[in-house]
Design a protein around this ligand. Structure first.
Ligand SMILES: [Zn+2]
Length: 394
């Protein structure tokens, strides 16, 4: 009897996958996933959570937030192929002080192939935020999953660019992510999918939340991956409130395909009781495996297959490219003008990229930096920038 149920469950699962994702795609992707998901380590995930909680508080207006940012900067700097930078943004009501986002970018081999964005806020909050805000589930869990996924993805080079961002200031109004998004509008035009991890360490299930039809394609994909990996606790939820309840809000607003993973467990968040011992280690491992395998698909497969019929722009790309190629081939002048226009268009965006995201490049992680200051010492943005030696990465 039970084998009969299993048989039908299996058939149903395969059918469901075939409907939304071509079976050949899944079979092909499976080969690539296996090695990657096996690299995910539960021990490391727990260690990252404990490291973050050890700062006592990561409240955005506290010194603990800066220590956490330095820890994350150090970590991402050890990973193969990642460029790491601080992104500075003004803190409200804190004259002359800035908050820090940590941006870790692994450039794709084919720069034009589109970027994938994974993000989690590292700041925490509680009713006594300067003294104790451990934020194990909210959101050391999401940051830990992002850290481990970054390690696994660092083992290979990919066609598309991966951008991992640890935002601060989520708990005081998404101010870190808002500032970063505002200064990186051009970069965001190339982002073809964004995944927000916020609270993924506890609860009965993990909700894969989306807020519009185009993002549903990304949610479908992630859910299919969880099914393929044999995990039963993931479910897809249409929830505008859920997506708007975290940094994902900022990217939804800008029309990106974006989903948020959340365990929907709010029992001890925003309190000193949000501690590592209340997390489910297996939940972290499963979430990280799902994320890693989903990233693998996003980095290796064609978006037409991954987002079937949902994105008009991508669907028409083939025909447009053919027409363009025909026009360019017909005249060397057209080719020259096209190339010049392309470069002119591209130049300001790469300048802005250098100016904003990579503003705070540090030449070495041991160089003197604001973290050596007492936490109540107020530094201006200019002072901080002055203490950083900008590095030319080439
Ligand atoms: Zn949160």
């Amino acid at each position: 009897m039970s084998s009969c149920i299993e048989h039908w469950a299996k058939t149903f699962t395969l059918l469901a996958l075939t409907v939304s994702t071509p079976s050949s795609l899944i079979a092909k992707a499976n080969e690539g996933w296996l090695f990657l998901v096996e690299q995910v380590s539960g021990e490391r995930l727990i260690k990252y959570v404990e490291d973050l909680v050890a700062f006592k508080t990561r409240y955005a207006l506290s010194g603990g937030a800066n220590f956490s940012a330095k820890y994350l900067y150090r970590y991402f700097s050890t990973l193969r192929g990642f460029n790491v930078s601080f992104h500075l943004f003004p803190l409200p009501l804190e004259d002359r002080r800035v908050g820090l986002n940590v941006v870790a970018c692994k450039p794709g081999v084919r720069e034009s192939a589109g970027h994938i964005l994974l993000f989690a806020h590292y700041d925490s909050v509680s009713n006594d935020p300067y003294a104790s805000a451990p934020g194990a589930d909210d959101n050391a869990s999401g940051v830990a999953v992002m850290m481990e996924a970054a390690y696994v993805m660092s083992l290979y080079d990919w066609n598309r660019t991966l951008i991992f961002t640890a935002f601060s200031g989520e708990e005081i109004g998404f101010i870190g992510s808002s500032a970063w998004a505002k200064e990186n509008e051009d970069l965001l035009k190339n982002v073809v999918g964004g995944v927000c991890l916020d609270g993924v360490g506890r609860g009965e299930t993990v909700s894969i939340m989306y807020a519009d039809e185009q993002s549903k394609a990304l949610a479908d994909l992630t859910l299919n991956v969880s099914i393929m990996l044999g995990f039963k606790d993931f479910r897809e939820v249409a929830s505008v409130l859920g997506v708007e309840g975290s940094d994902s809000h900022v990217f939804l607003e800008r029309g990106l395909k974006v989903i948020r993973l959340w365990d929907e467990d709010a029992t001890s968040i925003h309190s000193p009781l949000d501690l590592p011992e209340t997390l489910y280690p297996n939940r972290l491992v499963e979430t990280c495996k799902v994320i890693t395998a989903t990233l693998h698909l996003l980095l290796t497969e064609s978006f037409k297959d991954l987002y079937p019929g949902k994105t008009v722009k991508l669907k028409n790309e083939g025909a447009r490219s053919l027409l363009l190629a025909a026009v360019l081939a017909s005249s060397p002048t057209f080719l020259l003008i096209y190339t010049l226009l392309k470069w002119r268009k591209r130049f300001p965006s790469s300048q802005r990229w250098v100016k904003t995201t990579l503003t705070a490049y540090i030449s070495g992680i041991d160089s003197p930096f604001i973290f050596d200051q007492p936490s109540n010492h107020k530094l201006s943005k200019d002072e901080i920038l002055g203490s950083l030696r900008c590095r030319n990465e080439h």
